[in-house]
Ligand binder design. Structure first.
Ligand code: 13P
Ligand code: SF4
Length: 347
């Protein structure tokens, strides 16, 4: 596979650019021209001039690249099964129903919808059309500030944990946040609770990050008090509260890179990244372990295999674009507005 991928890439030259998210497995990420977190990869997607962007990540990332792409560019997701269970927890129909309920309660004038990058393009467009924006885990704080400068309340989709962690870090108490459950009438919330809330959090989560528990941090503290705990903001609030640092995948890497020799870290994020960091930093005298011993992989990221990569590239050699990700034109306009606003907010 390695030889076939390398040969196809060599022939395609600068026509193709390979974008790899940090959670990809080693056999795939080693071929990436650019690696990064969601923010960095969307910046690259908005700047590259390659004819084809081969996205080694998940569906919402490839959709974002297509929205930000120039008209002559095409985006490919090597395996269409590479989705994101969190993004699937908010469907556009549910979000529209939620907004209708908020409108009936007379609240929408005061609410700005803000969606995490991990959402379908239609939801990004929904936010853009209503004056809102997209954020990633690396610029969520800035995006919240952007939103609060315009409206007194935020509807945050679809990750309740990132929303809660970001708002709390800005000084908003938990008592001023509510969770909207799309499977309950009126989100399961009374009009009074909705009126009093500053942040309405969608009831979504990442199955990979929600597995990390406060007990895991306690165990590290008891067994290795010198170890620093660093977690992704998709982890539960209780876990983030106990951590020494919180950050996007890019930030986690940066913290470890900047640490002195001898530093050690227990990291609460996807296992492929943690294992790669462990290998990379061991020769530099830094220890990296997973926060949860049972390890946690993002099964959808893992769908992108060397076989899929070789297949997509070899098809390109024949002039065939397989698994093209193309966002509908009517969705594209407002999704791009929301993403452009995001790119203006610094990571
Ligand atoms: P990052 O933006 O930190 O890369 O996160 C994306 C993601 O899906 C984490 O689960
Ligand atoms: Fe989605 Fe979680 Fe996988 Fe990130 S780690 S892509 S949020 S399922």
């Amino acid at each position: 596979m390695d030889a076939r991928i390398a040969a196809a890439r060599a022939t395609l030259g600068t026509d193709v650019v390979l974008l790899g998210h940090h959670y990809q497995r080693d056999e795939v990420i080693r071929f990436a021209d650019y690696t990064g977190d969601s923010y960095k990869l969307s910046k690259v997607a908005s700047q590259t001039d390659a004819k084809y962007m081969l996205f080694c990540g998940v569906h919402f990332m490839a959709e974002t690249a297509d929205v930000l792409a120039k008209p002559f560019q095409q985006v490919i997701l090597p395996d269409l099964n590479a989705g994101c269970s969190m993004a699937d927890m908010a469907e556009i129909g549910q979000v529209e129903d939620c907004w209708d309920s908020l409108e009936r309660a007379g609240l929408t004038e005061d609410i700005l919808p803000l969606t995490y990058m991990n959402s379908a393009a239609a939801i990004k467009a929904f936010c853009g059309e209503r004056g809102g924006l997209v954020c990633t885990s690396s610029n969520a704080h800035g995006a919240f500030e952007w939103a609060f400068a315009r409206k007194p309340k935020i509807l945050f989709l679809p990750d309740q944990h990132l929303g809660r962690n970001t708002a709390f870090a800005m000084g908003i108490p938990l008592s001023e946040m509510v969770v909207w459950d799309p499977y309950q009438i009126n989100g399961g919330l009374s009009p009074d609770r909705l009126k009093a809330a500053k942040v309405i959090l969608w009831k979504g989560h990442c199955s990979v990050h929600q597995r990390f528990l406060p007990e895991h941090v306690d165990r590290i503290r008891a067994t290795d008090p010198g170890m620093q705990v660093i977690v992704h903001p998709e982890c539960r609030w209780e876990v983030c509260q106990k951590a020494d640092a919180i950050g996007s995948t890019e930030r986690i890497i940066e913290v470890i890179e900047k640490a002195p020799e001898g530093a050690s870290f227990a990291v609460g994020t996807e296992i492929h990244l943690v294992n790669r960091l462990a290998k990379r930093f061991a020769p530099l005298g830094k220890k990296v372990i997973t926060l949860d011993d049972s390890g946690c992989l993002c099964t959808t990221m893992y769908r992108i295999s060397p076989q899929h990569l070789a297949w997509s590239l070899e098809n390109l050699l024949q002039g065939t674009v397989v698994n093209r990700i193309k966002v509908d034109d009517d969705v594209k306009h407002w999704a791009k507005v929301a993403l452009d606003r995001m790119l203006e907010v610094k990571a």
